[in-house]
Design a protein around this ligand. Structure first.
Ligand code: PGA
Length: 235
């Protein structure tokens, strides 16, 4: 399987002009890479304006209904129509800031799979959960709840993102990420990627030493050269 590098731009940048410039630079920095699938997940409003033959597009979230009176929501079908093949669901920022529950995430995952989107399903433990030795239990609970009723998880990629390692330059050490990966591999047979303060220095270790199938990259995906380095080092 090709390695996967997914860029999560989150709520950045703030203008279409900047989004186009960033996208163009990432296309340039990643164009010669082989054996790696690059996915960009920009804010949804930019999706229709960004396109390149070597890059796949993804949403950062979606709703669980296809259409109707749901002010502000974007359906999986709309993402599909806008050229997406992926969608990130269950990101810890949405769980924490927008109070997304496992039940809501489960509905979204089912709806996204139903239209043929590949789901990047994020799970991770908080620092308090880790300190009290609950990491495996929490991950297992999140997995089970998020995938409740889904018999075949084909089309789901698990993103292991320890919450305490996101957005702070303090990535999970390779040894313990490998242990967690081994635990997850016993629970589910689907690709598993790592996310949390990935940069071009540590990227390769998550693939070669820990054994992940790819990376979910936040802050570093807004820096084209750095992101390009991440893609190149693992390709
Ligand atoms: P980060 O974000 O790379 O900035 O830590 C990763 C993520 O939240 O997906």
């Amino acid at each position: 399987m090709n390695k996967l590098v997914i860029a999560n731009w989150k709520c950045n940048p703030t203008t279409l002009k900047e989004a186009k410039k960033l996208f163009k630079s990432i296309v340039k920095e990643t164009k010669d890479t082989k054996n790696t699938e690059v996915v960009i997940c920009p804010p949804a409003i930019y999706l229709l304006s960004l396109k390149d033959k070597n890059i796949k597009m993804g949403g950062q979230d979606c709703f669980w209904e296809e259409r109707g009176a749901y002010t502000g929501e974007i359906s999986p079908k709309m993402l599909k129509d806008a050229g997406c093949s992926y969608v990130i669901l269950g990101h810890s920022e949405r769980r924490k800031i927008l109070d997304e529950t496992d039940e809501v995430i489960n509905k979204k995952i089912k709806a996204a799979l139903a239209v043929g989107l590949t789901v990047v399903f994020c799970i991770g433990e908080t620092v308090a959960e880790r300190m009290t030795g609950q990491t495996e239990q929490i991950l297992e609970n999140k997995l089970r709840a998020g995938l409740n009723g889904i018999i075949n998880p084909q089309g789901v990629i698990i993103a292991y993102e320890p919450v305490w390692a996101i957005g702070n330059g303090n990535p999970c050490d390779i040894g313990s990420s490998r242990e967690t990966l081994e635990f997850l591999r016993e629970k589910i047979n689907t690709p598993i990627i790592y996310g949390g303060s990935v940069d071009s220095q540590c990227a390769i270790s998550y693939i070669n030493e820990a054994g992940f199938d790819g990376l979910l990259v936040g802050a570093a995906s807004l820096l084209p050269e750095e992101f390009g380095m991440i893609v190149k080092t693992i390709s």
